[in-house]
Structures are given as structure tokens and as C-alpha cells.
Write a protein that binds this ligand. Sequence first.
Ligand code: F6R
Length: 619
Amino acid sequence: MCGIVGYVGQRSARDVIYKGLERLEYRGYDSAGIAVVLAEDGVGKNFVEKVAGKLKNLQNKVGNLSESSGLGVGHTRWATHGEANEANCHPHISDGITIVHNGIIENYAELRKEIGENRFYSDTDSEIFAHLVADNRAKGMDLSEATRVAFQRLEGNSAFVVIDRDTPDTIIAIRKGASPLVVGVGKNEGLVASDVPALLAHTRDVYYLKENEFVILRHDGAKAFDLDGKEKRIQLEHIEWDADAIDKMGFPHFMLKEVHEQPQAIAETLRPWIVESKEKVRIHVDRMSSGSVVEAVQAAQNIHIVACGTAFYAAMYGQNLIERYVRVSARAELAHEFRYRKPHLRSNDVGIVVSQSGETADTIAAARMMRERGMKVFAITNVRGSSIARECDAVFLMNAGIEICVASTKAFSTMLAVFAALSVGLGVAKGHIDEEQEKEWVGAFLALPSLLEEQLKQGNMIQDIAKDYQNMKGYLYLGRGPYYPMAMEGALKLKELAYVHAEGFAAGELKHGPLALVEDKMLVVAVAPEGSGELHLKTLSNIAEVKSRRGTVLGIGQAKDSHFQDISDRYFSIPTVKLGDLNSILSLVPLQLLAYYISAAKGCEIDQPRNLAKSVTVE
Ligand code: F6R
């Protein structure tokens, strides 16, 4: 939700910042802006350029900013307060102070009134902060003090980066709540950004700002302080990421590249779970976390699995597997519902929060709520230094590598892989899965990446199917058991990428209403590989009901399933995996590619769907 970049050093700030923003555009793309400070003969001046729309619209205007300035800030916006026009675009300036903001100022109406309506040129809440800092500077406070004191007036979660015309060698970065900031310390230069990709061209030594913390950043290093002004120790982390991860590597879109990265991502996800010893290969849970997850689960009466969006569908899959293999009651919940419904939680219950970014505001709030009730909370996340990873009792990393396309693909499949490994590992630890079955699971996990490879080779078949079905009246996705969350995910992918109406249903629910929608212009995507036991035949009966109402069916199942093929208009076969629960992961590829190719045929912005942003750090 908004991308921030700040730079101080010897290079051209405008160029470093523009390149950095290109790496963060997935965070917001409603408008963009860059401001630099130029100091000549000891007098600093502000320069700013802004545009509505995508970052590329700013390209022509960046040249108006002085190349020789070594201090600046930039921003790509996902609008909260005020529409996406130039006036509302960041950076915001008040006297000598320039700020960029990610988050929401909840008490903005009251502060705006206090500051005086006549001083405002935008409709944003963010502009308030520029005025508050400028007013504190006018009272004689230095920049860090002026920022710190102004920040304490704000309610809500926010991250700001502040520069000052009169202090042209300093950046202040400050944060509270789910608005991430990461500082990069380079050779004779300092950077700050909302996410690591913006820093990688300059440094791999980074520091993630903690909650309620601010950093004074200069070309020769960074110092961190708490909000009372007490200095804290900074421990830099070295990032090992492969720089290729942030390039398209010849694919037309990040999405397609990320879909094709799934075999590798799944292998990386599962590798650390599988422990080879002299006697046997096994799945080990506690090696993957910092504490005794097994003990906590053994004591739990309930497991609450909490997430949003695609991660919630992974949670639904997790609920299914945990109940079956760990034999403890599990419930998947949407974080924004869970946190406000006053759930009945016991201190010995366990929470699992699932979040690719580790920065989703509602999911973080749910994790905090559970921890405050004394529960142990585990995180499934892709970002090691994220808020969720830092705050939870144990972390299961997805190891998917950076995901740039706003719509999740490899993040989802690796979440499923973590849930499978976790459920089996806990099932073994609790004695519900015996040695023979564990061995079978290990074999199935090891085979999964090559089965996915095999499937990706059939990608052009989906392209062909997408051509036939790109102009349907609507799209219904059906699944049962472990395929129900896949149906939900398939529909979400199509909605967000191709802007068409798509709904996911539990197939058994069809005759309770949605069947009324069925006609020949309605595509029913039936996700029904074998492996869901008796549910398989039940789904096929539901598909027969669709066919008898002249619905058009795209079946996703196994090659050997001739009956399913016969009742489908088109059919995509997935390879057979020994353990049926992993079919869910295999069924994802056609769903992802169908959304991709329909979106491409309609000429939509695949990597950056309208109105969305990759990480939702506001409520
Ligand atoms: C959809 C999508 C979103 C995210 C959701 C949660 O493709 O990506 O629905 O899954 O915003 O994000 P994380 O996993 O970062 O908490």
C-alpha cells in the first residue's frame, strides 16, 4: 500500500529514487512523485514533480529535477484519502519540509481543523504531517525532534520519510503499525524504502525499522531511536536474494514468470522440512521453528488460522489438512472478521496467521490479539523480516522468493505446501501418521516439483481453452473438500486479473441457489481431480446437474478419469500424485493460466490490476 524510497548520498537522488520506485510499483500505482533538495551556497531549495497514474508518466518530468541533488524522496500511491490526482500525489511539502507517507492518519479531521483549512492544497490525510513537522521546526526543534513530536500526535498506522530543505544531509524515517520501512546502508550513501527490492541495486545490508521507531539516516550510516528519543542498537541484516528475482527474465509478465517458478519455489519450501538421517527421511516440524510448536499444538483445543484474500484460501486448505491429520479442531477465518467478532479464545489455543507479505494490517492485528490472550501464534509468511515474522512465536517461511505480480500465484502454492508439511509433521508427532505413511508423504513431496514442471509444459493448451471462453457471461468455479479453496482462488484470480464476474462455490452448494445462473453462456470450471475420496463422485453428480441445464463445463481432473472427461466440454488433465491432498497444488496451474490468458486476451494490466496493491497495510 504505497511505495516509498528515500536517498541520501553522492549519486543523483532523482535517478536512484526513480529506479527504486520501479521496483515498488506493485505496492500502488494510482500516482507517483519525486522531490529533491538542492543545496547551493549553503541555501537549500525544494523541487518536486508529480503525476497522476502510473510511474511511467513521471519519466518525462523527472528530468526537470536537478541531477546533482543527492537528497530526495519518492512515492507511488495507492489512494486512501482523496482521489488519485496530482494535488493529492506525494511528496507533500510545507515550508522546507517534504514528506512521503504510507498508512492512514485516523484523527486527520481533528488535526486538519487545528492546522487550519486554508493551509491545505490537497485532500489527503498525509499533508497534515508535513505541516505538523514544519510547525515544530518553526518552534526551533531540530528535524528529528520535530518529526518525533509530530508523529506522537497521530493515531493509526503510518510510516513517513521526511527531508528538510535546511538539513540537506539527513533523512528521517519513522513508523508505527503495519507500514513497513527498511533502511539500506551503502558505501557513502543511505537509502530507505518500503521494501527491499528498491535497495538491492545499491546495498544488501539492511535494517527493518521496528514498531514505534525512527531512524536518522545520513550518507555515513544510520542511527535508530525509540519514540522517546532513546537510541537503540542497529543490527544490519545481509540480504542474499538473487537480483534476477526482480526481472522478468524474458517472460512478458511477472505473473507468468512466477507461475513458472512454482516447481522451484515448492522445492525450496519443502526442502527444509525433510530431514534425512541415517535411518530414514522424515518431516520435522520444530526444526522449522524457534520453539516447540508440537508442544503448543498438543495442548491446544482449537487452532485458529487467520488470513485475508488468497492467503485465506490457503488457510481453508490448512484447516482441512490439520483437522484430518493432526486431529485437532481447526478453523480458517478472515482476519478482518475474526478480530472484530470477539472470538472465544483460550490461552492454550494456537493461532496460525498466513500472509505472503507479513504486513497485512488486519492479519497483524489478529496475531496481536491472539498473543494478547496468551495464545502461541505461528506465522506462515514469505518475508523473513516482516512484522508478522517478527511478532509471532514461530515462523514457517514459504521460501517462494519475491513475488512481484500483485495477484498471488507461487505464494499461494507454497502456502499450501507449508500447510501440507506442517499437518503431516504434526500428524507424525501426535502419532496419527505412521512411519510408512510418513515415507509416502516424503516421496510425494519430493515428486511434486517435477509433476508441476510436467504440467507447465501443457500451458499452451490452457491458452487455447482461454480463447474459447474469454467472452462468457460469467464464470462459476466449483470444488469440494480440498478443491473448494482452489475454486475460490481460481475465481479470485479471474476477477482481479480480467475484471469479469467469477464466483467460487462449494459444489454441494450449487443447487441451493447458484444453479439458477447456469446457462450455455456461463462457464463452470469444475476442479475435481480424484483424491477427495467419496467427494469426487459427488462433484461429478453436480457437474451432471450443470450439463443438464446446458451449462458449459471446463473440467480439471486426471487423464484416467474418462467419465469426467466425457461430461466436460473441455478438459485439462493434471498428473497423478500419490497422495490426493497434493492434487490441490497441481490443480492450481490451469486455474492461474486460465486467468492469465483471459486477462491477456482482454488487454488488461496483468501485473498491476486496477484498484489493487500488493500489500494491504491499511484496514
Ligand atoms: C490476491 C492477493 C490478495 C492477498 C491478500 C493478503 O491475488 O494476492 O488477496 O492474498 O491481500 O496478502 P498477504 O498474503 O500479503 O497477507
